[in-house]
Design a protein around this ligand. Structure first.
Ligand SMILES: C[S@@+](CC[C@H](N)C(=O)[O-])C[C@H]1O[C@@H](n2cnc3c(N)ncnc32)[C@H](O)[C@@H]1O
Length: 232
């Protein structure tokens, strides 16, 4: 998989001391939130994707708890510290996979260096999007679009969306009837496996998606349950 240009949009590589001292300065050294995140991951059962995993402050305790976790970060410096910390962990916590390796990383932890906003802004609107990484058999990618087929559905699994720029109205046809939502920047949304949904951008939308494209169907019919075609 080709890598997008690495740009320090997060600012964490602006000075070498930032990743080096991150784990030792207040508030990060004393923030009492690790138990909360590990508890939430344990309750969910994993796998977990941490966006902006940094030095592994949350990622490593989560992996130690036996939860399958992948981290994504744009800062090479922060990931370097994370890798060094992982090197000191037992093998079941240390299984590191870099972006571009195939699926199935054997161990528990995978890390990918990408800047999501940079990847999104370098896309032409309405191109097919850019795959960034593979996560638990799913594609993690960025998409930028102002038009979209009226309906689509993914029979192979749920689809996770996080909007970064723009707004998106989305209708999901559930067995109980249509459910309408509006996703604004920062919103996350999960489209359940196999349900027809209609994403309608208001202008141009940039979003992160995680899902399995295999078997995806699209339709421009008024009622997609009557006619559809494969998107592949
Ligand atoms: C405050 S640190 C948090 C790190 C870790 N989650 C923690 O709780 O210690 C924020 C992290 O998000 C990363 N980050 C910020 N913007 C990003 C982006 N657009 N794409 C990927 N990573 C980003 C930074 O590089 C940094 O490592």
């Amino acid at each position: 998989m080709s890598q997008p240009p690495q740009v320090d949009a997060s600012g964490y590589d602006r000075a070498r001391f930032i990743p080096e001292f991150y784990d030792y300065v207040v508030p990060y050294a004393t923030r009492p939130d690790i138990g909360f995140y590990v508890g939430a991951a344990r309750q969910h059962g994993g796998p977990v994707l941490e966006l902006g995993c940094g030095t592994g402050r949350i990622l490593i305790p989560t992996a130690r708890a036996g939860i399958d976790i992948s981290g994504l970060d744009s800062s090479e410096g922060m990931l370097k510290v994370c890798r060094a910390r992982l090197d000191k962990e037992p093998a079941n916590v240390r299984g590191v996979r870099e972006a571009g390796d195939g699926p199935g990383h054997g161990g528990r932890v995978a890390m990918v260096a990408h800047d999501i906003l940079q990847a999104g802004s370098s896309l032409r609107p309405n191109s097919r999007g850019q795959a960034l990484a593979s996560f638990n058999g799913c594609t993690v990618g960025v998409s930028r679009f102002s038009t979209h087929p009226l309906w689509e559905r993914h029979p192979a699994g749920d689809e996770f969306l996080q909007v970064f720029e723009g707004e998106l109205d989305i209708t999901v046809l559930t067995p109980e009837g249509p459910v309408e939502s509006t996703l604004r920047p920062g919103a996350v949304f999960v489209v359940p496996k196999g349900l027809w949904h209609s994403p309608r951008p208001r202008g141009t939308v940039t979003l992160l998606f995680v899902g399995k494209a295999k078997g995806t169907e699209v339709s421009n019919a008024k009622d997609p349950r009557e006619s559809s075609r494969s998107a592949e």
